[in-house]
Design a protein around this ligand. Structure first.
Ligand code: ZN
Length: 242
C-alpha cells in the first residue's frame, strides 16, 4: 500500500462552522480535497447541528464532494453523566469526554439517535469517533452491531467489519491554555519525524487551531511536508475500504 495522509476535522457544529470552512478551504488549497468531518449532533446540548440550515447545506455539499460524515459523540459533554477520572475528564478533555466510562445502554441510545439523523438525510452509516477518542474498547461491539464500519483511537484506526487495526498515532494540537501551544508544536514536530517512517499519517484538527496563527501555520506546514514526501490524502472511509 502506498503512503496515506488522513486529515480529520473535529467538532463540526453551527458555532464552529466558520473555523471548519476556513480549515477545509486551506487544506483544499494545498491539495487535500477531502477530509473526514466529525459531526456533533447537539454540541454541549446546544442548537441541533443538522437543523441549522447553513451547517446542513455545508455538510451536504461536502458529502457530495467526497467528505466523510463521521458521528462524533452526540453532545460532546458530560452533562448528566457520573463524574469520571479527574485526569481524563478534566485535565485531558475539559469535561467533554462524553463516551468515557458511559454505560453501554446509554452509549447505544445516543449512537442510535445519531444514526436516525443520518437516516433522515439519507446518509449511509459510516464511522464513529468518540470525543477525545475516549471510549471503552468493549463498545466496538455495539458500533459493529449498529452498522458502523470504523472507529479510531488516539493511536489506532479500527476496521469494525473484521477487527483489523492500523497503528498510527494522530497528530493533534491543544490551544486550551497558553502553555499547551508551544508544547504541542514541539510534540507534533517530534511525532511527525517518527510518523514519516510509517505508511499512515493522521492529523486531527480542532476549531480552535485556526484561532492561533502559529498553530495553523504549523499544521499547514506539516501537511505540505507530508504531501511533498508522497503521502496521498485519503479520508478514513476510503482508507478502511482499501
Ligand atoms: Zn471532539
Amino acid at each position: 500500500m502506498d503512503r496515506v495522509l488522513i486529515v480529520s476535522v473535529h467538532d463540526v457544529h453551527p458555532a464552529s462552522l466558520g473555523a471548519v470552512r476556513a480549515q477545509v478551504r486551506d487544506l483544499d488549497a494545498l491539495g487535500v480535497e477531502n477530509t473526514s468531518l466529525l459531526i456533533v449532533p447537539e454540541f454541549h446540548h446546544g442548537q441541533p447541528t443538522l437543523e441549522d440550515k447553513e451547517t446542513a447545506a455545508f455538510l451536504e455539499g461536502r458529502r457530495e464532494a467526497g467528505d466523510d460524515m463521521v458521528l462524533h459523540g452526540y453532545y460532546h459533554d458530560r452533562v448528566g453523566l457520573p463524574s469520571g477520572s479527574f485526569f481524563w475528564t478534566r485535565v485531558y478533555s475539559n469535561n467533554e469526554a462524553e463516551f468515557y466510562g458511559i454505560a453501554a445502554g446509554e452509549a447505544e441510545r445516543r449512537l442510535a439517535a445519531g444514526l436516525r439523523l443520518w437516516a433522515m438525510r439519507g446518509w449511509p452509516v459510516g464511522g464513529f469517533i468518540a470525543p477525545g477518542w475516549l471510549m471503552a474498547a468493549e463498545l466496538d461491539q455495539v458500533l459493529r452491531r449498529l452498522g458502523f464500519n470504523f472507529t479510531t483511537r488516539l493511536k489506532q484506526i479500527v476496521r469494525l467489519c473484521d477487527g483489523r487495526v492500523t497503528e498510527s498515532q494522530s497528530l493533534c494540537y491543544s490551544t486550551r491554555s497558553w502553555w499547551r501551544v508551544p508544547v504541542g508544536l514541539a510534540w507534533n514536530d517530534f511525532l511527525f519525524e517518527r510518523l514519516i517512517r510509517c505508511p499512515v499519517i493522521r492529523l486531527s484538527l480542532h476549531p480552535g487551531d485556526w484561532a492561533v496563527p502559529r498553530v495553523r501555520n504549523h499544521i499547514l506546514g506539516l501537511v505540505q511536508r507530508a504531501l511533498d514526501l508522497g503521502y496521498r490524502p485519503l479520508t478514513y472511509q476510503r482508507y478502511v475500504a482499501l
